[in-house]
Design a binder for this molecule. Structure first.
Ligand code: ADP
Ligand code: MG
Length: 254
């Protein structure tokens, strides 16, 4: 049995079938890209997996445990992380303090504990910053960081919870092409080391082809193709959707 099993997931909004009968598997240490044109249903899939939306039908099993019906907080407790949420960082705090806060929360400690012991989890926080190449910026204020550095901090914050599955909806949005590749290369290395399963959306096809192990292609809520990135890239139906929709690989919509 695969680590993550998604079966027959469906969600409509009024008359719009945003996600229709989507099934797939994801293994530990695997990077799976979810791609497709704007409005294909990618973000809706993420919201269903993370418990922000309730599906009309379907099942999502993580290591055999049904996640449908659980609240996001519980899903997070079961080891599912979302990365790269800008709102996850406190701008006025330093970089290392932000990671310490994540570790405090992961340990189930009160944020008030931090007021009494500002070194709480500091060593572990520094080692996570080292992992993402941010140790030298540990004591800088978060709100002065360059965008790419903020993304790396957010990766460290996500890793503070030691996730088993990471859901990344457009993690590199707003980044320059070279930064995108670098951030995904870093992510790929870390998740391979830790055996984390990753589902990510990305509209830069260079990033997808470089780093994804497999890809799922959604179109109008339906799974159009699934396979290795080479198989997907060569798939005639996929080319039709991208080219016919006025978008090409490498400059797809958000
Ligand atoms: P993607 O992330 O692939 O661009 P979305 O999952 O955001 O696509 O959207 C899929 C479809 O569902 C679109 O037609 C979108 O307009 C619709 N949709 C998404 N969220 C909502 C919502 N909360 N209410 C109504 N329609 C929505
Ligand atoms: Mg989206």
């Amino acid at each position: 049995m695969s680590f993550l099993q998604v079966r027959n997931l469906a969600k409509s909004f009024g008359g719009v079938q945003a996600v229709a009968d989507v099934s797939f598997d994801l293994g530990k240490g695997e990077l799976l890209a979810l791609i497709g044109p704007n409005g294909a249903g990618k973000s809706t899939c993420f919201n269903l997996l993370y418990g922000n939306l309730r599906p009309d039908s379907g099942s999502v099993k993580l290591d055999g445990l049904e996640l449908i019906g659980l609240k996001p907080r519980r899903i997070w407790r079961h080891g599912v992380g979302r990365t790269f949420q800008i709102t996850a960082t406190y701008g006025s705090m330093s970089v290392v303090e932000n990671v310490q806060m994540a570790l405090i929360s992961d340990a189930g400690q009160s944020i008030r504990a931090y007021g009494r012991a500002s070194n709480l989890h500091r060593d572990k926080a520094l080692s996570l910053l080292d992992l993402v190449g941010m140790a030298d910026q540990a004591d800088r204020a978060t709100n002065v960081l360059a965008y790419g550095d903020l993304k790396r901090l957010e990766l460290a914050i996500a890793l503070a919870h030691d996730p088993k599955l990471m859901l990344m909806d457009e993690p590199t949005a707003g980044m320059a092409p070279r930064e995108r590749l670098a951030l995904m290369a870093l992510t790929a290395n870390i998740v391979a080391d830790r055996g984390v399963a990753v589902l990510f959306t990305e509209h830069d096809m260079d990033v997808v082809f470089e780093h994804a192990h497999r890809a799922l292609v959604l179109n109008r809520g339906k799974l159009l193709a699934e396979g290795s990135v080479d198989e997907v890239r060569a798939n005639a139906a996929v080319q039709e959707v991208y080219l016919g929709g006025g978008t090409t690989f490498g400059e797809g919509g958000a």
